[in-house]
Design a protein around this ligand. Structure first.
Ligand code: ADP
Ligand code: MG
Length: 386
């Protein structure tokens, strides 16, 4: 407890942010150095890497997320993912020649295995709920470093939906612009934070629907590949209009913002299997790629139809050239930028977010979020090493 108090008082904190998104592609580890908190926060990403998951490991996590598992597997993987996170963090610290004693905190998101927003299950008595695995006591004990985890639960407790959380980082690090800004992250699911420059407009953060998840599911199940690298397959196909029309009727797209979703909703079950078998794989991918861009663009358009808006893109989808081209075509009034311009590597943004939430939890004052509409609470649970 004394150590926690000491860390909270320090002028600078080194925090390792660890993230695994719904794409289940790999473990993102970012070594971040924070000065100050709140709107004065300054952060440097000192080192970053993604450790790609081995095939068996990835498939096991996918099976859990797709409910093709039992409670024993879930229990075992909760521990295993925690142990794995600890081992990978320790290995990276060695690779980066970072002395463990200079790390103040680890902030671990864990792996989302089920996201259950009220909007999807409609059972008022349960409300919004979400579940991440990767036991942080394992991480704290094995690394000897105080670890924060389970960041989404307090958000839900305080009236949020557990996602997206990126609004905290987006507002703290990007809201000083003189222009309306959209912070678009295209992970498994796509989400954005709208940061208006006019004080009378309210900021908000929302999921838009699929990011890479539909495209990845197709590539995994039909092509035996983890994803469509550089849209090589989708670029060879033509959009299948009846399939696109079917996708555009998805009820999630009609919901008002803010809204949240997950691969539980956006997976290949949204098609009739027989319907899929008759199409050429490149055409299906071209359709899924366009649909993904369209669902993102239509959502943003509701708020960015007149003013020129700056869009900062991050997440793996920003590396998909066809997806980005569709977005530029569909949003001609928007100027596209990368978070790299603000010294934040796009692939590191989510891991940085988790580290920032830990910095705020330990040393910040949640009241600064009162004006934003975000739940003004400290997110994260604290695991002590001993
Ligand atoms: N060069 C690329 N071309 C096409 N897609 C890419 C490329 N690089 C990454 N991606 C996509 O990004 C996904 C990973 O994105 P990420 O931001 O890590 O998502 P998550 O946060 O859900 O883990 C991959 O599964 C893949 O679909
Ligand atoms: Mg990822």
């Amino acid at each position: 407890m004394n150590q926690l108090h000491h860390i909270a008082q320090k002028p600078a904190r080194r925090i390792i942010g660890v993230m695994s998104g719904t794409s289940i592609d790999g473990l993102d580890i970012a070594q971040c150095l924070f000065h100050h908190t709140g709107t004065s926060t300054q952060v440097e990403v000192e080192a970053f890497t993604t450790i790609p998951y081995e095939n068996d490991f990835k498939e096991a996590l996918h099976r859990i997320a797709q409910k093709q598992t039992d409670l024993e597997q879930l229990t075992l993987w909760h521990k295993r993912f925690g142990v794995y996170t600890a081992e990978q963090v320790l290995q990276q610290l060695r690779n980066w020649n970072t002395d463990k004693s200079t790390v103040d905190l680890i902030a671990s998101h864990g792996q989302t295995i089920f996201h259950a927003p009220l909007q999807t299950h409609h059972r008022e008595e349960f409300g919004d709920a979400t579940l991440q695995i990767g036991d942080a006591d394992q991480i704290a004990y094995r690394t000897g470093i105080i670890t924060l985890s389970d960041f989404r639960q307090k958000h839900i407790a305080a009236g949020g939906a557990g996602a997206p959380l990126a609004a905290y980082t987006d507002w703290l690090l990007f809201s000083s612009e003189v222009q309306d800004v959209v912070m678009l992250n295209i992970g498994g699911i796509a989400n954005y934070t709208y940061l208006p420059c006019q004080p009378y407009k309210k900021m908000f953060s929302t999921d838009t629907g699929p990011g890479n998840t539909l495209m990845d599911s197709w590539m995994r199940t039909r092509e035996g590949l983890p994803y469509d690298k550089d849209a090589a397959l989708a670029s060879k196909g033509e959009v299948i209009q009846p399939m696109l029309d079917h996708l555009l009727k998805h009820p999630f797209l009609q919901l008002q913002v803010p809204k949240t979703t997950g691969p539980e909703t956006f997976n290949l079950d949204i098609f009739e299997t027989t319907q899929l078998n008759i199409f050429n794989s490149a055409d299906v991918m071209a359709t899924l790629n366009f649909f993904t861009a369209y669902s993102i663009a239509e959502n943003i358009k509701q708020f960015a139809s007149y003013l020129p808006v700056k869009i900062y893109c991050s997440g793996g989808g920003a590396h998909n050239p066809l997806l980005m081209q569709h977005l530029r075509n569909l949003l001609p009034q928007c100027h596209f930028h990368l978070t790299e311009e603000k010294n934040i590597p796009g692939d590191a943004k989510e891991a940085l977010l988790i580290a920032l939430l830990a910095n705020e939890c330990i040393a910040g004052n949640p009241e600064i979020f009162n004006s934003t509409g975000l739940p003004a609470v400290r997110l994260g649970k604290i695991s002590l090493p001993s």
